[in-house]
Write a new protein. Sequence first.
Lengths: 266, 288
Amino acid sequence: MKKAKWVVPTIYIIFLMLPIYWLLNMSFKTTTEIINTYTLWPQEFTLDNYKKIFTDSTWYTGYLNSIYYVVMNTVISVAAALPAAYAFSRYKFLGDKHLFFWLLTNRMAPPAVFALPFFQFYSSVNLFDTHVAVALSHCLFNIPLAVWILEGFMSSVPKELDETAYVDGYSFWRFFFKIFIPTITAGIGITMFFCFMFSWVELLLAKTLTAVAAKPIAATMTRTASTSGYELGLLAAAGSLTIIPGAIVIYFVRNYIAKGFALGRV
Amino acid sequence: MNKTVNQKAWFFVIPVFVLVAFNAIIPLMTVVNYAFQETFGNNVFMWEGTRWFKQIMLSERFHASLGRQFLFTFIILFIQIPLGIAIALTMPKEGIGVPVCLVLMSMPLLIPWNVVGAMWNIFALPDIGFLGHSLNALGFDYNFTQQIGDAWFTTILMDVWHWTSLVVLLSYAGLRSIQPAYYQAAEIDGASRWAIFTKIELPKMKKVLTIAILLRFMDSFMIYTEPFVLTGGGPGNATAFLSIDLVKMALGQFDLGPAAAMSLIYFFIVLLVCWVFYTLMMRNEEKS
């Protein structure tokens, strides 16, 4: 019985890894090998696909653009969400519940609904094709998410902490930055993880709002696939590289993930 | 927690309010604008009233994509929720297995969505993809770019691959929060494995499962990138879900009026379902 338990997760993980393996496999093959033969591992191992990505500026700037707006979005989302989550967790105020639900509705809004108006709106305020535009547009779903997660963490901190600090003569902001924020670092870490994740994987808005200067890597991939024939090896290599930032982030927060989910606020 | 009434708390919410309103209200108003008017460009608008709404509500194309959308969402919920729970139940509870499982299982969640589509495209190609090649070698006549059934099969398999881990992680977190005392009591009572599951584990997971269902409903209902890259909505319109159809109408054919009306109806359906879930969830939270 004990041993049999390993079977299900193992099979599941193998199922998860297969397409990823296939992508890696393709990325190390030459185009002729991909097209002409079916092989389970590369017969002529090549790094040319990766070389091309690291030397061609249209490719590697795509990565830099993506990372740039994702980081910007994560910082904006968490910075704005911190005081708001504090307000929701500590105070009652006019319209608080409605506001909270309204925020959540934006997490529910299908990006396809917003694609066209976003394009027009960001063009009209001269932000089209900038990193700021993508970072701001991703706030649409990341800020509600950040408020939701942080509010969960903050509510689990007893209110006595605040009151004791005020008795000790702390001003609000000093308390907030010196005591409160350090007590919820785990929560902030998880929030940043999710903001990073959702901004990193989103493409529809990022693609709609950029043309050249701020084009994300994912858009470079789709455009290459459609314009310059079907360079599968190159596409596979670019795809494999997009997995790396996510893998690094997961590794760092692995101990917090279960904890964050436990609060049921994703 | 007993909260104090403090209207000044609004000042804390202002940055969030401004940022989200900037993104949500202005573009949404644009959509509303298009939904009730006809435009020939150059900012010339003609009032159309509810004509676009009627047109969409009566159009077979909308009915078809809505039907496909619901079918898809129900199928993936039906597979992912039980599968996710089953995997969470069998996951190791301590030792090196825990981080290994968590990290490996989270991988699909952090891959950009179009890469997921591209990856599955390469994986499922009938001639050079592992899945397609294996299925054909086994004697199935598999080609997801030509046959409707195969396209659906591949899209659903891809979504199961992509998102089951989210259900697993949520269920796992829910299971971990059950105190060992419950299991000990069950053991003393000689409860069967099934009884433990239905009487202890399932009720304790109720909250996280509600969230899992809510999230999977929302996200599968707005699925766009992955099937777009994998099948492009085809063969024909067989896998053109709501978002794909909407983008086709808005950006492809530039039918702004009907597209805007469709956006509003679409958004309204999502809101309605989510509002029901949210109310149920909050009621549960208040009880506990």
